[in-house]
Design a binder for this molecule. Structure first.
Ligand code: PLP
Length: 421
């Protein structure tokens, strides 16, 4: 039996309607920006496997560090024990996170990082004797698929069957020059009418919402209002973290720093799953008490897995290297040049860029998961480029190590699509 046939026997894939979805494509190897299928055909990973493998797949430096760590310490219970990779990672993260961050808490993925952030915010108020139970979130935001994170997510296609079980979330639109005053009014009204515990947001770029972008100075106005009302702010940097917006974190563009930051995805460079939720000393201090009941009772078996911490440390080292910073600048200016050649194309409705994140919206009608989407996907795959259009938006978020030639191939595949679609 082929891999495709064996796959269909027992596997249930995520985000997949198995009745109509075409077969999954077996990938047998990945290196740098390239994916290899069974026939040896290569595909440029134009979205870094959901923004994880930013330093390139199977990065040699990370591999070396992981192999050493695997022979030293594989796993240890993180309640009551500690180890150097977690300690070192906390030190390195605090160095690169916004100045107000002091503590880091481990979990396994982006959803749990947000789940932890939401629980921290709710218990923060609870520990202070205040019952605040409303969370504010953006319409069309995405924070993950566990219950708390899902409740905060506004992309309803995922959420239908579960809505009756959600925590209390009130939504506001993302701000822009036209609506900012209205959004501020809505926010004020929600704060007046509810006991608001937290505001969770994707700073500057909403990944799952087709890379929708908004301005830092508008978000700052919302954060200022939250701060004045003692609302805990949670920046979901699961997608934006570790250099993608052109700064280490998207929150670095903001004047008002979040109380809590969640990160995952490229934290572990595509090697293994792990997540971190960081917070301020003020948040942490609200959990300190002689009573055990005020502690944060949340744990995952693999919390701060030493191998995952080692990967994250090597990833941070790579991110800070001159070579990677140079790559990031190269991609940013390359996207800008491409944008100038394409933004006035009759089939392009609008383009947007933040750092190495580039998105273009097509002037064509299509539903989010329709046939056109597969046609576009197939067009790219035939050209040896893996891009995953969201509705009529095509976006590029390639590994930082993508070469100039590879990047040109991605651009050309998009240009050709515009000619044929
Ligand atoms: C991917 C993502 C999540 C969810 O992370 P998982 O690891 O898939 O659970 C949450 N928030 C944002 C902004 C994301 O991009």
């Amino acid at each position: 039996m082929t891999l495709k046939e064996r796959d269909k026997k027992h596997l249930w894939h995520p985000l997949t309607q198995h009745k109509i979805h075409p077969d999954a494509l077996p990938i047998i190897k990945a290196k740098g920006a390239l994916l290899y299928d069974e026939s040896g055909k290569t595909y440029i990973d134009g979205i870094a496997s959901w923004y994880t493998a930013m330093y390139g797949h199977c990065n040699d430096y990370i591999l070396e560090k992981v192999q050493q760590q695997m022979q030293q310490l594989d796993q240890i219970v993180f309640a009551g024990f500690t180890h150097e990779p977690a300690i070192k990672l906390s030190e390195e993260l605090i160095k690169i996170l916004p100045d107000n961050q002091e503590k880091v808490f481990f979990s396994d993925n982006g959803s749990t990082a947000n789940e932890v952030g939401i629980k921290m915010a709710l218990q923060y108020h609870f520990n202070k004797g205040e019952k605040r139970n409303t969370i504010i979130a953006f319409e069309d935001g995405f924070h993950g698929d566990t219950f708390g994170a899902m409740s905060a997510s506004g992309l309803s296609v995922y959420n239908g069957p579960f809505e009756d079980f959600f925590i209390d979330v009130k939504r506001i639109p993302t701000p822009n020059s036209e609506n900012i005053n209205d959004v501020l009014e809505q926010l004020k009204f929600i704060i007046q009418e509810n006991k608001v515990a937290a505001f969770i947001y994707e700073p500057l770029v909403q990944g799952a919402n087709a890379m929708h972008m908004f301005e830092a100075h508008h978000l700052d106005q919302l954060l200022e209002l939250c701060r004045a009302n003692k609302i805990i702010t949670i920046a979901d940097e699961v997608m934006t973290g570790f250099g993608k917006t052109g700064k280490t974190f998207a929150s670095d563009y903001l004047e008002f720093k979040p109380d809590i930051i969640s990160m995952s995805k490229s934290l572990t460079a595509g090697f293994v799953p792990m997540a971190v939720t960081s917070c301020t000393q003020q948040v942490y201090d609200a959990f300190l008490d002689d009573s055990v009941g005020k502690a944060f009772f949340h744990a995952h078996t693999y919390s701060a897995n030493p191998i995952a911490c080692t990967v994250a440390l090597a990833g941070i080292e790579l991110l800070q290297s001159e070579e990677m910073q140079h790559n990031i600048q190269r991609i940013i200016s390359s996207h800008t040049t491409f944008d100038n050649t394409i933004k006035n194309h009759p089939k392009v409705k609008i383009t947007r860029q933040k750092g190495v994140i580039y998105a273009l919206e097509l002037n064509i009608d299509m539903n989010r998961y329709g046939k056109k989407r597969y046609e576009m996907f197939n067009h790219f795959m035939q050209q040896g480029v893996f891009l995953r259009p969201l509705g009529n938006t095509i976006y590029i978020l390639a590994p930082y190590v993508i070469t100039k030639e590879e990047l040109d191939k991605v651009y050309n595949a998009i240009l050709e699509l515009l000619e044929t679609i």
